[in-house]
Design a binder for this molecule. Structure first.
Ligand code: NAI
Length: 247
């Protein structure tokens, strides 16, 4: 699979940001892209935007923490298109706060969407990939899951969990020709980071060896590599896309 012509790819949280950039990149590579996201309007907009560029795209509205919704969507895709070749677990949220003051609801929300959502989608897709005896799963982690961050203990735990989950599932599925890897973006310019004060953004950028924030396209490029046969001998790994922030 060195190009992605007619591959069925599912990307969660793809109505905007990094997920939308991945959807565009995979659409350009010839894949049939299924976007899953919470918000109906955003999904519709993303679908129209990508279709207007000539890509094969279908939007689905669902919450990754709702296993019934995810099961139904995956079943419909598998019935209509026969295969599910690639899953990208990208949906993620932040609810920042120091651990002393963190509300349990903020802890639960972040762990549920980021970590449990990744588990649910992986569990629901694996029956199709196991049957096909081929598949690729890419989990979007974060450098914060490796280095930690004050005020983001819930997010760091969820992303560190995703990295450990990735290795375990890679070991479970390797003999069935299913590769599972993670991408750990550093500081990427999206809605998620746009809310930060300018001085914080500049401070972070100075700490990055390549001296710039990353783009959603940088992350999408790594995903394309991991989805293709150019990475055929790579599984259980976490690829850092962070301008050299962590070495
Ligand atoms: P974003 O906030 O711009 O987009 C996230 C998308 O996920 C939104 O469209 C949202 O509606 C969707 N979503 C949230 N909860 C959902 C749920 N329960 N079910 C379905 N969809 C849901 O975020 P961004 O920046 O594009 O991040 C994407 C991924 O990359 C996340 O996993 C994030 O943690 C990760 N990441 C982002 C970094 C950054 O600097 N922006 C750095 C490292 C990792």
């Amino acid at each position: 699979m060195k190009d992605l012509q007619n591959k069925q790819v599912i990307i969660t949280g793809a109505a905007r940001g990094i997920g939308l950039a991945i959807a565009g990149k995979f659409g350009l590579a010839g894949a049939a892209v299924h976007i899953i996201d919470l918000q109906e309007d955003a999904v519709k907009n993303a679908e129209l935007q990508l279709q207007s560029q000539g890509y094969k795209v279908k939007g689905h509205i669902a919450d990754v923490t709702n296993s019934d919704q995810i099961e139904t969507i995956f079943k419909n895709i598998a019935e209509e298109y026969q295969n599910i070749d690639i899953l990208i677990n990208n949906a993620g949220i932040t609810r920042d706060g120091l651990v002393m003051k963190m509300k349990e609801s903020d802890w639960d929300a972040v762990i549920n969407v980021n970590l449990k959502g990744t588990f649910i989608c992986t569990q629901k897709v694996c029956r199709y990939m196991l049957r096909q005896k081929q598949g690729v799963i890419i989990n979007i982690a974060s450098v914060i899951g490796i280095m930690g961050n004050a005020g983001q203990s819930n997010y760091a735990a969820s992303k560190g969990g995703i990295i450990a989950f990735t290795k375990s599932v890679a070991k479970e599925f390797a003999s069935r020709n299913i590769r599972v890897n993670a991408v750990a973006p550093g500081f990427i310019e999206t809605e998620m980071t746009r809310i930060l004060p300018q001085e914080i953004i500049e401070k972070y950028a100075q700490a990055i060896p390549l001296k710039r924030m990353g783009s959603a396209q940088d992350v999408a490029d790594a995903c394309l590599f991991l989805a293709s046969d150019y990475s055929a001998y790579i599984t259980g790994q976490t690829i850092h896309v962070d301008g050299g922030l962590i070495m």
